[in-house]
Design a protein around this ligand. Structure first.
Ligand code: KG4
Ligand code: ZN
Length: 362
């Protein structure tokens, strides 16, 4: 193995089967198959459908990734796979496949954290990370603020959402406004034509005692309810809803809270770099506000291109190369998948423990 390991990254935590190959910060292949079209008509991800789609897509996606990178399994130095958080069935398909590959090739296996992968991927685009930075991971499933001293070994959670994730809140408001699923991008587009000051929507956990108690945590459910009230009130009065203004005011509230709390964390810790990742970082209101406020505060913001913000294999290959280069021990082959994997676990080393027998099985 050279100093820079060649790593296969496997991501199957939700509806994307992502397989990528990276050598250090050099991405050699990144192939994604998505089952989103099969879920759209249900208005949300159907876990069973997603798991089956991973099973079908896995073989062809792996073959294509190896082909595009021009390598074989024998050239690899390690295999990294998402082992949580995510949908259990989906995670299980990727983890089982990764274990089979590890056994077959004798390569070390690294069961890694999906959320930290959303940040790790930025090294493939903008190069090595500074000694210390904040990571804001925002998507349909997560809204987390991370304090990163070393992406391979030292990540702590500064804050997270207490209820909905940012993308989830957008999807729910999209539904309230009668927009197709997933509503996030539609609300974003509608918001661009509206007045962000038309409605004074609440900024969750941003005032008084709540702000002091949860300085870096997020809450979007009160905001979503406030939007629902405005829509209901218009319906009750049989008035035409100024939908673009509602969308713009709602989007402004979400972006304001995300940026304000991240900025407060950076200033409190004396940090000058923020990395934003996750599918919601496509959001134009967040991007615009982050660019403006962080620049004014002298803080550098790194946001990877959209294709690396949605779930993909590159994020897992990137985290895999980082942990291998740092000499982190591989995971035992008995690792399980964990839908609630804590953010402090970068590589999972927990051995499988059979559930304790209750002794009353008849
Ligand atoms: O990371 P991702 O692809 O999947 C998850 O892990 O959740 O993120 C998808 C989420 C969805 O909730 C989607 O509506 C939202 O991110 N999203 C957006 C935008 N693009 C995607 N929300 C607001 N504005 C956007 N431009
Ligand atoms: Zn994700």
């Amino acid at each position: 193995m050279t100093d820079t390991p060649l790593v296969l990254g496997i991501e199957t935590s939700c509806d994307e089967t992502g397989i990528a190959i990276a050598r250090g910060n050099d991405l050699l292949a990144d192939v994604t198959a998505s089952s989103m079209d099969s879920h759209a008509r249900f208005g949300g991800i159907v876990p069973e459908v997603a798991s089956r789609a991973h099973l079908e897509a896995f073989g062809p996606t792996l073959a294509e990734a190896l082909d595009r990178a021009g390598v074989t399994l024998a050239d690899l130095d390690g295999i990294a796979v998402t082992c949580g958080p995510g949908l259990i069935g989906s995670l299980t398909v990727g983890a089982a496949a990764a274990k089979a590959l590890a056994v077959g090739t004798g390569l070390p296996l690294y069961g890694v954290n999906h959320v930290i992968g959303h940040i790790a991927v930025d090294a493939l685009v903008h190069g090595d990370f500074p000694a210390e930075f904040l990571g804001l991971v925002v998507s349909g499933g997560h809204s987390s603020l991370l304090h990163v001293r070393d992406i391979a070994t030292d990540v702590t959670e500064l804050g997270q959402t207490l209820d909905d994730a940012a993308g989830e809140a957008f999807d729910k408001v999209g539904r309230l406004l009668g927009l197709p699923y997933p509503g996030g991008p539609h609300v974003d587009r509608l918001a661009r034509d509206g007045d962000p000051t038309a409605f004074d929507f609440p900024r969750g956990l941003s005032k008084g005692k709540e702000k002091n108690r949860y300085p870096y945590d997020f809450s979007f459910s009160g905001l979503k309810t406030a939007v629902a009230r405005v829509i209901e009130a218009h319906e009750d009065r049989a008035e035409v809803l100024p939908a673009a203004d509602v969308a713009a005011s709602f989007a402004a509230a979400v972006a304001d809270v995300l940026v304000a709390k991240t900025l407060r964390g950076a200033q409190a810790l004396g940090i000058d770099t923020v990395v934003i990742g996750g599918g919601f970082s496509a959001n134009s209101q967040l991007r615009d506000l982050a660019a403006e406020r962080f620049a004014a505060a002298g803080i550098e913001v790194r946001i990877p291109p959209i294709k690396f913000c949605t779930d993909n294999g590159a994020m897992i290959a990137a985290l895999g190369t980082a942990v291998m280069a740092a000499g982190v021990a591989p995971s035992p082959l008995g690792i399980t998948v964990n839908s609630q994997l804590p953010l402090t676990t970068i590589v999972d080393h927990a051995p499988y423990e059979p559930p304790a027998s209750t002794g009353d099985a008849a």
